[in-house]
Design a protein around this ligand. Structure first.
Ligand code: MEV
Length: 426
């Protein structure tokens, strides 16, 4: 039977019941389910192997976005994030996209860039050509560093040479284009860049300084698109509202930063849940957004001839499935298993789809009722929970402080105490 991520009322269930459903969907073992639940996740010895001066580990809430259909396949998407509303918004956006077939995605090959900074070059244009003539020698030396990657079909594939202008004059910047397959790729690329630097110096007569990966992974892109029918999202005025919101971001960097932040709410949550380097993804996303010299949205929104809303997203996506925390961290491993992604490209495409969903949800809310209503409901729940409310009273206490418009700790405390007294709960 086809698995469906369309789970009616998932949010209303208790955590244990949600976990049971997720475990079944992902075919997880008891241990993997416990890792998702936050128990038996990180063995106390793991942090010590991952970072220096370790004293413990830090947990974030982990939620599951439902309703995602991507290229005809259903996904339950793990999202690690401290901010309320994000997971509900993504799930809701994905639900509204299902009517028109959900998300469709594509990506480029997983090509990362290793940069070699060459200085002290008097004749940069000639040196650029000479380096390009020696491309095969440079690539072959790079590939000797990682026979395993080459065996898997990856490795250094091409060379780009750019001349840039610094305040001290020219630099010739060599880009090693490395297919890193299912790795994030930083280690493979940095090793290759360091290994070929002496040859680059020998060929050019210049002096190399930096040899390091670029996080502007412009050759490693993930894309997603979706259609939201006007009926599903509240009518043509909502379609128009989302487009107005998008055009605002297109025209104004102050709005655009927030627009792209909303996208990254979704993407980072998936990246963190799968143990990937979210700083790399953030750096790549914002640099890509500014690649024209102007800071622009990572998404687009248009009206189709039928009056529906068409959304797209494209951004660099340097995520991996092998190496790093993804393989070491038990919760990250369980999240990857739940997603059922087989390649880093597939993971990147899921993250892109979540980013698009997240952005659509934010723009729809902002262009209609505003985001505070939804936010405040969740915020009220958090406040009630934070004053030690017994689980069976949380809904009721939340409703009361919302109705009173007193979403504050002191009032939550009073309401919880009153309800406990009424019910004889000590
Ligand atoms: C909040 O984390 C994200 C939003 O501000 C995004 C946006 O404004 O598009 C709601």
């Amino acid at each position: 039977m086809e698995r469906t991520s369309r789970i009616e009322g998932f949010y209303k269930l208790g955590m244990a019941e949600r976990l049971r459903i997720v475990k079944e969907f992902g075919g997880l073992t008891d241990q993997e389910a416990m890792a998702l639940a936050g128990f038996g996740g990180m063995d106390p010895s793991i942090p010590d192997k991952m970072v220096e001066n370790a004293v413990g580990s830090f947990q974030l809430p982990l939620g599951i976005a439902t309703n995602f259909q991507i290229n005809g396949k259903d996904y339950l998407v793990p999202m690690a994030i401290e901010e309320p509303s994000v997971i509900a918004a993504a799930s809701n956006a994905a639900k509204m996209a299902r009517g028109k077939g959900g998300f469709h995605t594509s990506s480029t090959a997983p090509i990362m860039i290793g940069q070699i900074q060459l200085t002290n070059v008097k004749d940069p244009s000639r040196v650029k050509h000479v380096l390009l003539e020696r491309k095969n020698d440079i690539l072959s030396l790079a590939n000797q560093q990682d026979p395993m990657l080459v065996k898997l079909g990856g490795g250094a594939k091409d060379l780009e040479v750019r001349v840039i202008h610094t305040m001290k004059g020219h630099n010739v910047v060599v880009h090693l284009l490395v297919d890193v397959r299912d790795a994030m790729g930083a280690n493979a690329v940095n090793t290759m860049a360091e290994a070929v630097a002496p040859l680059v110096e020998e060929i050019s007569g210049g002096k190399v300084y930096l040899r390091i990966l670029s996080n502007l992974a412009s050759h490693r892109l993930s894309r997603a698109r979706a259609l939201w029918s006007k009926e599903a999202i509240g009518g043509e005025s909502v379609v128009d509202g989302v487009i107005e919101a998008y055009l605002f971001a297109e025209a104004d960097p102050y709005r655009c930063a927030t627009h792209n932040k909303g996208i990254m709410n979704g993407i980072d949550s998936v990246v963190v849940a799968t143990g990937n380097d979210w700083r790399a993804i953030e750096a790549g996303a914002h640099a890509y957004a500014a690649r024209s010299g102007l800071y622009k949205p990572l998404t687009t929104f248009e009206k189709t001839p039928e009056g529906d809303l068409a959304g797209t997203i494209e951004l660099p996506m340097a995520v991996g499935l092998v190496g790093g925390a993804t393989k070491v961290h038990p919760t990250a491993r369980a999240c990857v298993k739940l997603l059922g992604v087989k390649t880093a490209q597939e993971l990147g495409e899921v993250a892109a789809a979540v980013g698009l969903a997240q952005n659509f949800a934010a723009l729809r809310a902002l262009a209609t009722e505003g985001i505070q209503k939804g936010h405040m409901t969740l915020h009220a729940r958090n406040i009630v929970a934070s004053v030690g409310c017994p689980p069976e009273l949380i809904d009721e206490a939340t409703k009361i402080i919302i109705a009173e418009k007193k979403i504050r700790m002191d009032r939550a405390q009073e309401v919880v105490e009153e309800l406990k007294r009424e019910r004889g709960i000590t």
